[in-house]
Design a protein around this ligand. Structure first.
Ligand SMILES: NC(=O)C1=CN([C@@H]2O[C@H](COP(=O)(O)OP(=O)(O)OC[C@H]3O[C@@H](n4cnc5c(N)ncnc54)[C@H](OP(=O)(O)O)[C@@H]3O)[C@@H](O)[C@H]2O)C=CC1
Ligand SMILES: O=C(O)CCC(=O)C(=O)O
Length: 449
């Protein structure tokens, strides 16, 4: 299989050229960086370095399909910055994966790991594929092929992948096992988000949703708002959105609307995410709840809504837990929520973000809100390295302590300097990265300066 795999490690100079060709997502993401630079004492050299990914790898992954055909898929791994430690970030399987998206996601990972105070830089990977069209065996072959193609650039102290959209613990297990075969050594610290039976961490499955809930709870407390008086709509009902919705209901919030890629449902009386997940699992769409047998359904009245409708709901908190660019300058005027909780990466465009700030709509930013996933991935990596495994309660306590500590710093900075929470989060994270670059000395950054 290796014969078919082409690894192209792109140099910095080529990256500059690629940078020029990048379309809106990466350029949009960079807007927030520029905003943060104006509040930090940071040299021009460091500013310039942070605008380019350090290493971009593109691979082709040949897969023998069940019917005997050979399909070749495009795979990516972008390692944006490793100044603070090995790079870290998930792997996405989705038809819209391209270099622009993966680079943007790797940039957000870099900021996020710094915001969370983790000893990691940022990376992201992906394959351009609709995994819903593959059989289980095709999916396994594709996942293993991705690792065979990228085994030279990842590693337990180099770059540590994890799950993202349409990937999960099963896929991480296959990938880890493929890596062990290649290096002839058990290295569970090469990938996080693994199954519990393959040295994964208790608490990783729900960590992204849980971290988002801790951030929201800290926010409502700072505003003297009771969860019981807070109505929430959630876009996206996968790992992050489902666990957030489930835990938010347990914490007393009222979930009135939910959606997945096929549409959504609304109930003024409130929805039960666990019950809805049960129906989604059997009928593959969230709105299957609408057709469920009356004897199984409760008394609540459900209304079908579109994905566009979900964003317009008159709720207290709009939770975006699907994909990037969901609220843009085109639809931002329709948003009625008072608070947006960014569980997804980059769900609000930079232009929409400015409009929301000017309209006094609070955006709790992705680089803080969804950091729970990578925080528990870090805890998994530490457990894998030490061989000492913690109870779930210990993992959750460590997650809560870290995310609340960083949230408190960011909330205070935003309040004291009258900034958006996003700008405050970027200042907090970028200052840590810039500090590390400075301390590292002149080898890479200032060779001729
Ligand atoms: N998993 C993790 O640990 C982390 C994830 N994130 C981010 O959270 C977001 C979601 O990731 P994750 O939950 O893991 O991914 P999943 O694949 O588990 O879930 C994604 C969900 O989004 C839904 N979706 C896709 N498109 C739309 C749309 N247009 N409208 C409404 N729903 C849609 C999918 O629907 P369907 O079920 O029909 O496919 C699915 O329910 C991503 O931005 C990811 O980068 C961030 C930090 C960590
Ligand atoms: O758990 C991780 O290492 C990374 C998760 C991720 O991809 C993300 O935070 O966007």
């Amino acid at each position: 299989n290796h014969v078919y795999v082409h690894i192209i490690a792109i140099t910095e100079a080529q990256c500059g050229k690629l940078g020029d060709k990048m379309n809106t997502l990466f350029l949009d993401a960079q807007t927030h960086l520029k905003a943060a630079f104006s509040y930090i004492d940071i040299s021009e050299d460091i500013q310039k370095r942070l605008k380019y990914p350090k290493k971009t790898t593109l691979v082709s992954i040949p897969v023998r399909m069940d019917d005997g055909r050979l399909e070749v898929f495009e795979g990516y791994r972008v390692q944006f910055d490793n100044t603070r430690g090995p790079t870290k970030g998930g792997i996405r399987f989705h038809p819209s994966v391209d270099l622009d998206e993966v680079t943007s996601l790797s940039f957000w990972m870099t900021i996020k790991c710094a915001v969370a105070g983790l000893p990691f830089g940022g990376a992201k990977g992906g394959i351009t594929v609709d995994p819903k069209t593959l059989s289980r065996l095709e999916l396994e072959r594709l996942s293993r092929g991705y690792i065979r193609a990228l085994a030279d650039v990842i590693g337990p102290n180099r770059d540590i992948p994890a799950p993202d959209v349409n990937t999960n613990s099963t896929i991480m297990g296959w990938m880890a096992e493929e890596y062990f075969e290649i290096v002839r050594e058990q290295r569970p610290d090469v990938i996080t988000g693994k199954p519990i039976h393959l040295n994964g961490s208790l608490g990783r499955e729900a960590a992204t949703g849980k971290g988002a809930l801790y951030t929201l709870l800290h926010w409502v407390k700072s505003q003297n708002i009771e969860p019981e008086n807070t109505r929430i709509a959630v876009q996206g009902f996968g790992n992050a959105g489902f666990h957030f919705a489930r835990l938010a209901k347990q914490a007393g919030f009222k979930i009135v609307a939910l959606s997945d890629s096929r549409g959504g449902i609304y109930s003024e009386d409130g929805l039960d995410p666990e019950r809805i997940m049960h129906h989604k699992k059997t009928r593959h769409e969230l709105k299957a709840m609408l057709y469920c047998d009356a004897s199984v359904c409760d008394e609540a009245e459900y209304k079908q809504i579109s994905n566009a409708d979900l964003l317009k709901q008159d709720v207290d908190v709009l939770v975006l837990a699907a994909l990037e660019n969901q609220v843009t300058e085109k639809n931002v005027a329709k948003v009625k929520a008072k608070v947006i909780l960014e569980v997804a990466n980059g769900p609000v465009s930079a232009g929409a973000d400015d409009i929301l700030f000017n309209n006094n709509i609070t955006v709790l930013p992705d680089v803080l809100v969804n950091a729970g996933g990578v925080i528990v991935s870090y805890l998994e990596w530490v457990q894998n390295k030490t061989g000492l495994y913690w109870e779930e309660s210990e993992v959750n306590e460590r997650l809560k302590f870290r995310i609340v500590r960083e949230a408190e710093t960011i909330f205070n900075l935003a309040r004291d300097k009258a900034l958006s929470l996003r700008t405050a989060a970027y200042i907090h994270g970028v200052a840590r990265i810039a500090g590390a670059i400075k301390e590292k000395g002149t080898r890479e950054y200032f060779q001729n300066g």
